[in-house]
Write a protein that binds this ligand. Structure first.
Ligand SMILES: C[S@@+](CC[C@H](N)C(=O)[O-])C[C@H]1O[C@@H](n2cnc3c(N)ncnc32)[C@H](O)[C@@H]1O
Length: 255
């Protein structure tokens, strides 16, 4: 590739970047493509290596990647992406449509719970929760508070699975309808509780736990079993246990 062509690709990236979602690495790109992301530009420092990875790990995407991956010098890739992933591929995609998310979150009857994270603080935790929600076929992940659940570090930790479930930030007053199952160590043991498909399952922040506002709205307060003297589990781990207890994924996962 000539310097001019590489320069043009870098400029195209810079222009698209402000409103786009960064898909960092092969894993994130693979998931995003599989779940319908509109990918605008894909760059790699070794195109053949990316295509070989596709043949090995995601042959369903070999065709689309062969048509879309643009090779640029490693130096140019380092300019575009702060921490280049070991697979040395990155892409920019359009954020999942807010209208489609809103529709998925409000659709009734609901086939799978919505995970509510009340003012989460840790970007890696939120990404891990998105990944769990996608894997279990949960309807979506709604966060409250000031963190953007589409922050690049959340998308990175979510392995590109923001396109497989409805991820939105809402105020407490805009939560989707449905019985509210609030997870809190003071609740009743989850082993004696059936979590319904239409539930909102809500988790508190890493620092302060569930807010009094959300707790006061709970249909049920539910606890994960812990031995005495252990005060709590990690947020994403709590979501994993609760989704596992719920029982998904449904035969037809929501999109
Ligand atoms: C790291 S914990 C919060 C710890 C926080 N310092 C507190 O005082 O609650 C994050 C969230 O995970 C959920 N969680 C953690 N352990 C739990 C348990 N044993 N039972 C129910 N929920 C739990 C709760 O929703 C909690 O708000």
């Amino acid at each position: 590739m000539t310097e001019d062509v590489a320069g043009a690709v870098v400029r195209q990236w810079r222009e698209a970047e402000p409103n786009a979602v960064l898909l960092d690495g092969f894993h994130a790109l693979k998931h995003a493509l599989r779940f319908g992301a509109e990918v605008r530009l894909t760059v790699a420092s070794d195109r053949q290596a990316v295509l070989a990875l596709a043949r090995e790990l995601a042959d369903d995407l070999s065709g689309v990647l062969a048509e879309s991956v643009v090779e640029i010098p490693a130096r140019a890739l380092r300019e575009l992406v702060p921490r280049v992933h070991t697979t040395a591929v990155a892409a920019l995609a359009v954020r999942r449509d807010a209208g489609a998310n809103a529709q998925a979150l409000s659709r009734l009857p609901r086939l799978a719970p919505i995970v509510v994270l009340d003012n989460p603080r840790n970007l890696g935790n939120v990404g891990a929760v998105v990944r769990l929600a996608a894997g279990f076929g949960a309807t979506g992940v709604v966060t409250t508070g000031d963190m953007d659940p589409w922050h690049p570090n959340v998308v990175r930790a979510g392995a590109g699975l923001h396109y497989a479930t409805a991820v939105e930030r809402r105020s407490l007053d805009e939560l989707p309808p449905g019985p509210l199952y609030v997870l809190d160590p003071e609740g009743e043991d989850i082993r004696s509780v059936e979590v319904p498909d239409d539930a909102l399952i809500a988790f508190g922040s890493e620092r302060h736990g569930i807010s009094p506002e959300l707790r006061s709205r709970a249909t049920r307060l539910v606890a994960l079993p812990m031995r005495p003297q252990v005060s709590s589990y990690n947020l994403a781990t709590s979501v994993a246990m609760t989704l596992f207890h719920w029982g998904g994924p449904p035969a037809v996962a929501p999109v």
